[in-house]
Design a protein around this ligand. Structure first.
Ligand code: S3P
Length: 163
């Protein structure tokens, strides 16, 4: 069952993708890692040297490439802000899962992390970013899961959505 995981920074996409990959015996593609590989740069370097616009172009091309293979795609939180990437996710045949949590717990997980350029902004600005994305996450997703229930229950909710 090929899937795409979307959601804000700190929502647990990478952790859930890894657990799903193990359960389903599927490969997991981390788009942030693919971007590092493609560009030869870290994410903070890309933002510093090429801006967010440059980063979104890398993100779009690794998303396109990832969709060529089966498996689970774990995306970066801002992928839905770039129209071409958003259209791919909205129109894909894969199951699209939106991992969500209360903003406070997301923020707690990301605020001290210097590998995320957009999370180093003041809290109110990060909240504005979250609020501005939520509609797109919801519009693109087949299922929304609140990760407050923990990793195991999140994985179960994705694998048995009607339970
Ligand atoms: C971003 C989220 C990050 C990474 C980049 C931009 C965003 O991925 O792609 O720092 O715009 O929300 P995670 O969601 O895995 O932190």
């Amino acid at each position: 069952m090929a899937m795409i995981l979307i959601g804000f920074m700190g929502s647990g996409k990478s952790t859930v993708a890894k657990a799903l990959g193990e359960r389903l015996g599927l490969d997991v593609l981390e788009l942030d890692d693919e971007i590092n590989e493609l560009s030869g740069k870290t994410i903070p370097e890309i933002f510093a040297e090429e801006g967010e616009a440059g980063f979104r172009k890398y993100e779009y091309s690794v998303l396109l490439a990832a969709c060529e293979n089966d498996g689970i795609i774990s995306t970066g939180g801002g992928i839905v802000t770039y129209d071409d990437s958003y259209e791919i996710i909205r129109n894909t045949d894969r199951k699209v899962i939106f991992l969500n949590a209360a903003f406070d717990s997301l923020y707690e997980r990301i605020s001290d992390d210097n590998t995320r350029p957009l999370a180093s902004r003041p809290r109110e600005q990060v909240k504005v970013l979250y609020d501005s994305r939520i509609e797109r996450y919801r519009a693109a997703a087949d299922q929304e899961v609140d990760t407050a229930c923990g990793l195991e229950d999140t994985v179960e909710a994705i694998l048995s959505p009607t339970r």
